[in-house]
Design a protein around this ligand. Structure first.
Ligand SMILES: *Cc1c(COP(=O)(O)O)cnc(C)c1O
Length: 378
């Protein structure tokens, strides 16, 4: 069908979700977060990040993260500017001692591995790779002394989820987890992990440009050890500087204050409703519906074949005999946005985020809209 005809298809209003944002980051921001931003407008926005009001806000974010993830007292919440992608570079300088092993199963996990491969001060990393839509098996490194295992909790580019497990050997190796789209939506245990890092524009319904890393005492020790060594590190990537600033509820350079207002409000909302368990129950209601629907439709199928590895937060659905671009064009014309598949994956696919902010009933409405569109364009 030609583009103009597609965008003229009107989905009946009773089928439309209450909110049309299904993107995997930036993702839906709730209306009450915007209210919080408006009420912060004079006493927080536009004020110094070195003074008590903003420092207290950062402190509240750090405290609420400890509560949400029931972190042991000994863990530290580190915060810095630049998002999860910057954290890959910071980890390349300040977490990996000499050699890392990466589990690669999509675009994000592969980007971190590539960053490490290019670092002149590290040895060639070991890569355990699995095809898109599957998950690699976590195992102890076969040769050479690996000091850092790099895992990805949820591969946002494919919609595959990995169970986090600590390899047995070596005993002092760190387990560093990219949890950018998983944090706040999927369960994990602090026993299996040393660094759990993410950006706030996914489950936390805030803005991009900030990274957060939950660090075990072992990880803090590694950061301090490397900082004492002779290795050169740019200050903006220096995790020991980030650690010192975070302890004082600050960032090394000026942060986006609105990001923290939105994030703080989302954390309060999550905790008031029942914490991480409640968030997980919401994403699992949404994702059970999405995958169940795709399984019984002739024109759709979940991309991740093994149900055990299907992400509860980023659902990838292959379309058969219907062009996903056409479906997305009609959705967008009806204000339902960002259901496009990850560009580089190159599949005829829809990708639907089901972060806690997304109403499970809206995921049901979305599938009803897709049914309507497929009927209209077939
Ligand atoms: C979104 C995402 C990133 C990149 O986050 P930025 O904040 O854009 O740097 C990294 N890893 C995963 C798993 C992601 O989903």
């Amino acid at each position: 069908m030609v583009a103009r005809e597609l965008t003229e298809i009107k989905i009946p209003s009773e089928l439309l979700p209450s909110d049309g944002r299904f993107g995997s980051g930036p993702s839906k921001i709730r209306a009450s977060q915007i209210d919080a931003l408006v009420s912060a407008s004079t006493h927080l926005l536009g004020t110094s990040h070195r003074q008590a009001p903003v420092k207290n806000l950062v402190g509240s974010v750090r405290e609420q993260l400890c509560q949400l993830f029931t972190l042991p007292e000994s863990w530290q919440v580190l915060i810095g500017n630049g998002g999860a992608s910057l954290f890959w570079d910071a980890a390349t300088f300040g977490l990996i001692h000499k050699c890392s092993q990466h589990y690669v199963f999509g675009e994000f996990s592969s980007k971190f591995a590539t960053a490490v491969q290019k670092a002149p001060h590290l040895s060639e990393p070991l890569i355990v790779e699995a095809p898109a839509g599957t998950v690699p098996i976590i195992e102890t490194a076969q040769c050479s002394p690996v000091d850092t295992y790099c895992l990805t909790h949820n591969e946002t580019s494919t919609g595959a989820m990995m169970n986090l497990l600590r390899p047995n050997q070596p005993a002092d190796a760190l387990v560093v987890v990219d949890a950018t789209s998983a944090a706040g939506s999927i369960a994990w245990s602090t026993d299996e992990v040393d660094v759990y890092y993410f950006s706030p524009q996914k489950s936390f319904a805030s803005e991009g440009g900030t990274w957060i890393a939950l660090c075990s005492p072992k990880a803090v020790e590694r950061i301090e050890l490397i900082a004492k060594s002779k290795r050169w590190c740019p200050a903006s990537l220096d995790l020991s500087i980030a650690l010192e600033n975070s302890k004082a509820n600050q960032t090394y350079n000026t942060p986006s204050i609105s990001t923290f207002v939105l994030l703080n409000n989302q954390l309060t909302w999550m905790l008031e409703n029942g914490g991480l368990d409640w968030c997980i129950s919401r994403t699992s209601i949404s994702s059970k519906h999405l995958y169940g629907w795709a399984e019984i439709r002739k024109f759709a199928a979940p991309f991740v074949v093994n149900p055990e590895f299907r992400s509860p937060v980023v659902g990838t659905i292959d379309l058969i005999g219907v062009d996903a671009n056409d479906v997305n064009a009609v959705l967008r014309a009806n204000k339902i946005v960002d259901t496009d598949s990850y560009r580089k994956l190159g599949r005829n696919q829809l990708r639907v985020s089901m972060f806690p902010a997304v109403e499970p009933t809206d995921v049901q409405k979305l599938t009803a809209c897709i049914d309507f569109i497929v009927e209209a364009i077939s």
